[in-house]
Each structure stands twice: as structure tokens, then as C-alpha cells.
Ligand binder design. Structure first.
Ligand code: HEC
Ligand code: HEC
Ligand code: HEC
Ligand code: HEC
Ligand code: HEC
Length: 184
């Protein structure tokens, strides 16, 4: 058990309530931060691909509907189009040529991870996607972003408050509020 969880379970035995813990846990001890927008190694734009061109999110993030991780696509997914699509502007052409050569040399892309919850938290995409929570509720309007930016604060309060609201709005849902569901 993680030491922080241990301390909270200890506090819980002395009657500190979940709402109190949620407000305590709104203090971030860990590395997530809202509005984090790292520069990526390839100038890939969601606003162009998911916005203007209207490519479905799950065309590239195919794990979201049936597994824990949404996943980030490999260059072979990009090459399904970019073997033929070589770009129309000077900067676009140069960037497409650059990653095509990376692909041909089998070089991996070191995408910088944007969202990251701590290891002691269990989160599963498919449970949320199957309950029809739109990607945008948690990630914001990614289809308008040139560079992806962290939208939600990913705090414990954020998870628990949504679970409580969703259960109140739809009695058929059973989004968990117990510690064990998210901390296994
Ligand atoms: C719906 C999911 C969810 C539930 C239920 C939940 N937690 Fe958490 N918890 C989280 C997330 C997410 C974080 C990480 C927050 C962060 O990184 O700021 C967290 C963080 C923590 C931390 C680390 C301190 C901190 O603020 O980062 C402790 C301790 C903790 N939870 C204890 C508990 C206890 C005890 C319960 C039951 C009363 C509980 N949690 C219920 C999602 C949950
Ligand atoms: C053509 C492929 C493609 C499509 C379509 C696409 N994405 Fe992405 N997505 C990527 C790539 C590549 C990355 C990693 C680079 C980056 O962050 O821009 C990424 C990163 C992300 C991230 C950040 C991941 C992290 O590191 O935390 C989120 C969130 C995301 N996409 C959501 C979406 C959503 C929501 C949609 C639909 C509106 C979508 N994506 C459509 C390829 C795609
Ligand atoms: C209920 C909130 C929620 C919904 C809905 C959601 N995500 Fe996420 N997403 C997260 C969280 C939280 C993380 C960080 C997970 C981690 O660190 O393990 C994440 C991480 C990601 C990542 C980084 C790689 C990964 O799998 O961890 C991508 C890409 C992503 N989401 C895309 C999507 C797409 C596309 C959709 C819609 C099909 C979607 N997400 C729906 C909360 C959500
Ligand atoms: C479904 C087809 C499709 C997929 C998949 C796709 N693209 Fe594109 N991409 C396009 C089209 C169409 C354009 C516009 C080309 C033009 O301007 O003529 C484009 C343009 C681009 C550009 C140039 C942008 C500019 O400023 O002109 C880059 C860079 C790019 N894509 C990167 C990627 C990367 C990286 C991936 C994989 C994560 C990817 N694309 C996946 C169709 C796709
Ligand atoms: C926008 C609302 C929303 C947010 C934000 C959200 N959830 Fe959920 N969560 C749901 C819904 C809806 C369900 C599905 C309930 C059902 O199917 O009965 C669910 C189900 C779950 C489950 C049970 C299914 C499973 O995978 O075991 C876990 C665990 C869970 N969420 C963890 C988290 C964590 C951890 C976070 C924060 C990092 C989070 N959720 C953020 C709405 C949300």
C-alpha cells in the first residue's frame, strides 16, 4: 500500500469523512497540472486532423473503447495517409518528409506524455467510454487544439465529484465512491 493511502485510511478510522478527504486531496502532492502543454517532437495538429479533417478520435486512439489505455498511435497509422499525402505548404511538406524518414528508419517517436495520474490510482478508459462519457468531458475540445493541453486537474475531487453527479443524474449508473475501486 502506498504510504499516502495508508495515512488516509488511518485518518478514515478516526472518522474523517470522504468530502473532507476530497478537499484535502485537492492539494496536489503529485505531478499533474492543469494547462500543461508540452512541445511535441512532431508538429502534429489535432485541430487539423480531428477538427478540419474530421478523423474520429478512436481511429488513432483505438484502445479507448475496449481497454484501460486509449493509447497513442505509431507512425504506421500516420503513414496510412501520408504515404500519399505529402503536404501543400512548405512547412507541412518538410514536417511530413521528416517523419516519413523516421518511419523508414524505424525510429520511435518520443511523444511527451500530457496526462498522467499516479501509479496508485486505477483508471480505465473503456468503463467511461462504454458509459458514454464523451472524450471532451475529460480532455476538453481536443479537436480545436493545435497542441494538446491538459484540461482537467485530474485530482481525486474531480473523479469523485463526477461519480457522485453521474449517479444522481442516472440511477442506472454505479460509478464507484469506495476507496478500493480507484486504489487497488
Ligand atoms: C473515483 C476515484 C477515487 C476514489 C473513489 C478515491 N480516490 Fe483517492 N485518489 C484518486 C486520484 C485520481 C488521486 C490522485 C490525485 C492527484 O494526483 O492529485 C487520489 C489520491 C489519493 C491520495 C494521495 C493524496 C493526494 O491527494 O494525492 C490518497 C491518500 C487517497 N487518494 C486516498 C483515498 C481514500 C482513503 C479513499 C476512500 C475514502 C479514496 N482515496 C477514494 C481517486 C480516487
Ligand atoms: C490522426 C491521429 C489522431 C486523431 C484522429 C486523434 N488523435 Fe489524439 N493524439 C494523436 C497523437 C499522435 C498524439 C500524441 C502527440 C500529441 O500529444 O499531440 C495524441 C495525443 C492525444 C492526447 C494526449 C495524450 C497524453 O499524452 O496525455 C489526448 C487527450 C488526445 N490525443 C485526445 C484525442 C481526442 C479527444 C481526439 C478526437 C477529438 C483525438 N485525440 C484524435 C493522434 C490522434
Ligand atoms: C472520465 C474521463 C476520461 C474520458 C471520458 C476519456 N479520458 Fe482519456 N484520459 C483520462 C485520464 C484520467 C488519463 C490519464 C490516464 C493515466 O495516466 O493512466 C487519460 C489519458 C489519455 C491518453 C494518454 C494515453 C493513455 O491511454 O493513457 C489519451 C491518448 C486519451 N486519454 C485519449 C482519450 C480519448 C480519445 C477519449 C475518448 C474516446 C478519452 N481519452 C476519454 C480521462 C478520460
Ligand atoms: C486519415 C488521413 C490522415 C492521417 C491518418 C494522418 N494525416 Fe496528417 N494530414 C492529412 C491531410 C489530408 C493533411 C493536409 C495535407 C495538405 O495540406 O495538403 C495532413 C497534414 C499533416 C501535416 C502538415 C500540416 C501542415 O501544417 O501543413 C503534418 C505534419 C501531419 N499531417 C502529421 C500527421 C501525423 C504525425 C499523423 C499520425 C499521428 C498524421 N498526420 C495522420 C491526413 C492524415
Ligand atoms: C465526467 C465524469 C467522470 C469522471 C471525471 C471520472 N469518472 Fe470514473 N466513472 C464515470 C462513469 C459514468 C462510470 C461508469 C459507471 C457505470 O458504468 O455504472 C465510471 C466508472 C469508474 C470506475 C468503475 C469501472 C472500472 O473501471 O472499474 C472506476 C474505477 C473509475 N470510474 C475511476 C475513475 C477515476 C480514477 C477518475 C479520475 C482520474 C474518474 N473515474 C473520473 C464517470 C467519471
Amino acid at each position: 500500500m502506498n504510504w499516502r493511502i495508508f495515512i488516509f485510511v488511518f485518518l478514515a478510522t478516526f472518522g474523517i469523512s470522504l468530502p473532507a478527504m476530497v478537499s484535502i486531496s485537492d492539494f496536489h502532492l503529485l505531478g499533474n497540472h492543469q494547462d500543461y502543454e508540452p512541445v511535441q517532437p512532431i508538429a502534429y495538429s489535432h485541430a487539423l486532423h480531428a477538427g478540419q479533417l474530421g478523423i474520429q478520435c478512436q481511429y488513432c486512439h483505438s484502445g479507448a473503447g475496449d481497454s484501460r489505455h486509449a493509447g497513442v498511435p505509431s507512425l504506421s497509422t500516420c503513414m496510412k495517409c501520408h504515404t500519399d499525402v505529402k503536404g501543400s505548404t512548405e512547412t507541412g511538406k518538410a514536417e511530413i518528409a521528416r517523419f516519413t524518414s523516421m518511419y523508414n528508419k524505424n525510429e520511435p517517436v518520443a511523444w511527451v506524455r500530457v496526462h498522467n495520474i499516479p501509479d496508485f490510482v486505477y483508471f480505465n478508459h473503456s468503463a467511461h467510454v462504454l458509459a458514454n462519457v464523451p472524450c471532451q468531458t475529460c480532455h476538453g475540445n481536443v479537436q480545436d487544439m493545435t497542441v494538446v493541453k491538459q484540461f482537467a486537474d485530474l485530482s481525486m475531487g474531480w473523479c469523485v465529484n463526477c461519480h457522485r453527479d453521474q449517479n444522481a443524474q442516472n440511477p442506472k449508473l454505479n460509478a464507484p465512491l469506495d476507496c478500493d475501486a480507484c486504489h487497488r
